[in-house]
Write a protein that binds this ligand. Structure first.
Ligand SMILES: *Cc1c(COP(=O)(O)O)cnc(C)c1O
Length: 218
């Protein structure tokens, strides 16, 4: 599939849900993709990208940014506290604020750096043991704690369990965001972004549908 096809599918999903045209941000997830594929999407004029590892992002984006103006980079994968400073200096948004220790580290660094990326709190909607994120029952308290730390919390993020109906998880995330007065909803990937838009996604994270399959090398 191509970038323009994905964009028109997003536009159609916005219209079907009576959402404002252009209200959904497409994050092109470029992790593990060969640089020439990423470059092709940059050449097409797209500027919003997602990476899930700080090290990988630091390896390719400074150079792309020198060549392409206005890159908006989103970290969508787990963040270790010892990489938090590097992440904050590199990305415009972090979608994976998933535990108190990370929140306090981000708050301290925000003071020190005088800036902070937009933050999304990751909610483990499926309560999966192997998955990062705040449990739904703890979400309201954690959101409040982040606000008390003066962190710029823009919204919530989830990754539904692979074997479950994603829409149930999107609806749960939307409900938690709504009752906490949060506007941002980072949800929906290649296989389910239209359903996510129907349930209020403001940011969809689409990788393989734009770039093709990721071939993971050892
Ligand atoms: C890789 C990844 C995506 C993109 O997945 P696709 O199925 O390739 O669209 C979205 N969100 C997160 C958190 C990811 O790690």
């Amino acid at each position: 599939m191509s970038l323009s096809e994905i964009k028109s599918r997003i536009a159609a999903a916005e219209a079907a849900a009576n959402r404002t045209a252009g209200s959904v941000e497409l994050i092109a997830v470029s992790k593990v993709q060969p640089n020439e594929r990423v470059e092709a999407v940059l050449e097409e004029g797209h500027r919003v990208f997602g990476e899930n590892r700080v090290q990988e992002a630091a390896g390719k984006w400074p150079e792309f940014r020198e060549r392409f103006q206005g890159v908006d980079l989103h970290l969508i994968g787990p963040l270790q506290t010892n990489k938090a400073r590097q992440a904050m200096e590199l990305v415009n948004a972090i979608h994976s604020v998933d535990r108190p220790k990370l929140a306090t580290t981000l708050a301290r660094l925000a003071q020190e750096l005088g800036q902070c990326p937009d933050l999304f709190i990751q909610v483990n909607t499926g309560e999966e043991e192997q998955k990062a994120g705040i449990l739904p029952a703890d979400a309201d308290g954690f959101i409040q704690d982040c606000r008390d730390l003066d962190l710029p919390v823009k919204g919530l993020m989830c990754i539904p369990p692979v074997d479950e109906e994603a829409s149930l998880h999107f609806a749960l995330l939307a409900k938690i965001a709504d009752r906490n007065g949060l506007a941002g909803l980072s949800m929906g990937m290649s296989g389910d972004f239209e359903g996510a838009i129907a349930l209020g996604a403001t940011h969809v994270r689409v990788g393989s549908a734009i770039f093709g399959d990721r071939t993971y090398s050892a």
